[in-house]
Design a protein around this ligand. Structure first.
Ligand code: CTP
Length: 419
């Protein structure tokens, strides 16, 4: 691809407001005689002609200062600065541009977050995960439009290969193992042979990665179209077991992930997590929640799975909808989504009906309407509403008039029992 075209292509791919912000950034950098580059995944995607969502820029200079200066002249753009990392984000309504000070990273020990110092573009590219992510496109000066590619990432891009930059890459940052599988799946690339050997050698370093960092990587995984493909690969590479010894992922779980998307176009990450924990006994589900530093809601969903699984027996094809609602409603919906995807046939059907319809169903009569019919205020009102809801779920009443008839009957019966 001709050099100048890359910048044109980048601009064409951006919404107007982002284009304007980028032009202002480039102009400011040029005015200050600073070199600024498009880097990382943005360059990779540009060369692959894939839509780039985020724009990542690296500046040989003070990135937060530049971002602040530029933001003053832009309407409806927020500037968020992370001084400790020398980075800043310009955020508009429909775009995000990250500007980072070019940096050197050093790892004191495996799994630790790196120490960061300002550096050159070369340093900044050398700290990266894979050759295809270690290219830069100059946006300023004589080099404008030229690609800096110290590790021959372009050849790997053409060959569809993921290659680490140095022998200690996975040891420095084992989250790269998760990233590798994600890119393999998303880009239909494969790991270069030496890289895969290093990965297998260093997979145990995942043990040293903190829960929040693993959780964050998994969150990115759930956003991919088919996370199960990545999980199968991670399982095969021994990465899941390194995260938690009991964790595994096989073809039947992969199938359940696919089924989840058949019944929900965009499953929540909590539902995916519950499904990941589907086969785990309770103590391991608890251990998984702790290992991934899950929040309270996610932890509850993952822990509920063991109990929800026991409902499979009760949720036969004959069970009445009101009974199914009674059984399922105490549980977090994410755990019920897992049942609807991974359970046995009749339980899946019942859980899915519950999730799509039954849980939303309400009687036409509300408390006020029942009071108007002569119901006494107090707990009996609640009971009556629950009874009406069950009748509606089971098809015993179909209209408001049916409900009024039933309510009157129940009230008469209630009065008779009391007297
Ligand atoms: N990076 C890295 N090692 C990591 C995380 C990030 O080397 N553990 C580098 C890579 O060069 C990556 C860049 O930082 O391209 C930006 O990171 P991120 O936004 O996570 O990656 P993208 O490549 O933009 O990937 P995605 O398309 O998933 O956003």
């Amino acid at each position: 691809m001709a050099k100048a075209n890359l910048i044109d292509n980048l601009n064409r791919a951006l919404p107007a407001a982002a284009r304007k912000a980028l032009a202002a950034i480039v102009q400011d950098a040029q005015g200050e005689a600073l070199a600024i580059y498009l880097v990382g995944g943005s360059v990779r995607d540009l060369l692959l002609n894939r839509p780039t969502l985020d724009v990542d820029l690296t500046l040989e200079g003070d990135a937060p200062a530049l971002a602040r200066r530029v933001a003053i002249g832009l309407e409806d753009v927020r500037c968020i600065v992370h001084s400790a990392f020398g980075t800043a984000t310009l955020k508009g309504a429909n775009f995000r541009i990250d500007v980072a000070t070019a940096r050197v990273e050093t790892y004191e020990r495996p799994g630790a977050l790196p120490s960061v110092h300002p550096g050159s573009l070369q340093d900044d590219l050398f700290r990266r995960d894979f050759t295809v992510n270690a290219m830069a496109l100059a946006l300023t000066g004589d080099q404008r439009g030229a690609i800096t590619d110290p590790f021959d990432g372009k050849s790997d891009l053409e060959a569809g290969l993921l290659r680490i930059l140095h022998d200690a890459s996975f040891r420095d940052d084992a989250t790269r193992i998760l990233r590798a599988s994600r890119y393999e799946s998303r880009l239909s690339f494969r790991l270069e042979s030496k890289t895969v050997r290093r990965l297998r050698r260093d997979v145990a370093y995942l043990k040293a990665i903190s829960g929040p960092r693993i959780r964050e990587e998994l969150a990115r995984l759930w956003r991919e179209p088919q996370p199960e493909r990545i999980l199968l690969r991670l399982n095969e590479l021994g990465a899941l077991q390194a995260i938690l010894p009991m964790l595994s992922f096989d073809g039947s779980q992969a199938e359940a992930f696919g089924k989840l998307r058949e019944i929900h176009t965009t499953p929540s990450r909590t539902a995916y997590l519950a499904l990941l924990a589907w086969d785990l006994p309770q103590p391991e589900a608890t251990a998984l929640a702790a290992r991934l530093a899950l929040n309270k809601r996610e932890t509850e969903a993952v822990r509920a799975v063991t109990e929800v699984r026991t409902l499979e027996r009760d949720l036969s094809a004959e069970v009445r909808p009101s009974r199914a609602v009674e059984l399922l409603s105490p549980f977090p919906s994410a755990a019920v989504w897992a049942l609807a995807a991974a359970g046995q046939e009749s339980a899946r059907v019942q859980a899915s009906r519950y999730l799509h319809r039954w849980r939303y169903l309400q009687p036409s009569l509300d408390g006020h309407a029942l009071l108007a019919l002569g119901a006494p205020p107090g707990p009996q009102l609640g009971q009556l509403l629950r009874r009406l809801k069950a009748a509606k779920l089971d098809g015993e009443v179909r209209s408001r008039r049916d409900e009024e008839r039933l309510a009157r009957e129940l009230l008469r019966a209630g009065t008779r029992t009391r007297t």
